[in-house]
Design a protein around this ligand. Sequence first.
Ligand SMILES: Nc1nc2c(ncn2[C@@H]2O[C@H](COP(=O)(O)OP(=O)(O)OP(=O)(O)O)[C@@H](O)[C@H]2O)c(=O)[nH]1
Ligand SMILES: [Zn+2]
Length: 207
Amino acid sequence: MTVNDLYPADVPARHLSVVHDRETVDLPAAQRAIRDLLVALGKDPESEHLADTPRRVAKSYAELLNPREFQLTTFPNDEGYDELVLAKRIPFSSLCEHHMLPFYGVAHVGYLPGERILGLSKLARVVELFARDLQVQERLTKQVADWLQEHLAPKGVGVVLEAEHLCMSLRGVQAAGSRTVTSALHGLLREDRGTRQEFFALTGTQR
Ligand SMILES: Nc1nc2c(ncn2[C@@H]2O[C@H](COP(=O)(O)OP(=O)(O)OP(=O)(O)O)[C@@H](O)[C@H]2O)c(=O)[nH]1
Ligand SMILES: [Zn+2]
């Protein structure tokens, strides 16, 4: 399928519903499991302080692991805009799949338009689509870039993520304040040295 099949040229603004297809959360089962975890950790889930904690924790994880649905709105690139479009410092948070602790930071997401341009907020929504999962930063970065390349068919895509991992700063090695930087590139941003350098310069992450 090409971008023209998804977005016929005679309709100016196009909306594609984006619905995630992950397993539905079983909240009562999650709640029971959190209660068991509290007991296993030597805490008393019957105490007044913790009585409602299993329900809250289960609900929190359900929220953190389920992205909101959204409309992927695109417009025809009638003026032939052919420079980079870059949304910088999009805040995001995700859960590390090894420790289920948050990693959080900012995403820089850019593309070089082809026949369609994208509603700007959608760049942040695509980050959220993949961040609300058990993740490693490398996969999250690549999924955002791959998804945009597939659904927007631009001339290039670039994604940079800078994040602090609580599993690295609060526990374990306790390297508080360290940041991990990852990037994924497609099309001209990958192949053309000048475009790639311009992208990294605009994100402020020189390569
Ligand atoms: N590549 C990658 N590694 C991650 C990410 N998040 C966490 N990790 C790492 O996953 C690794 C898991 O290593 P293990 O040795 O199995 O776990 P651990 O004993 O808790 O390791 P320490 O954190 O070193 O105490 C750790 O080195 C984490 O820093 C990520 O997004 N990407
Ligand atoms: Zn971790």
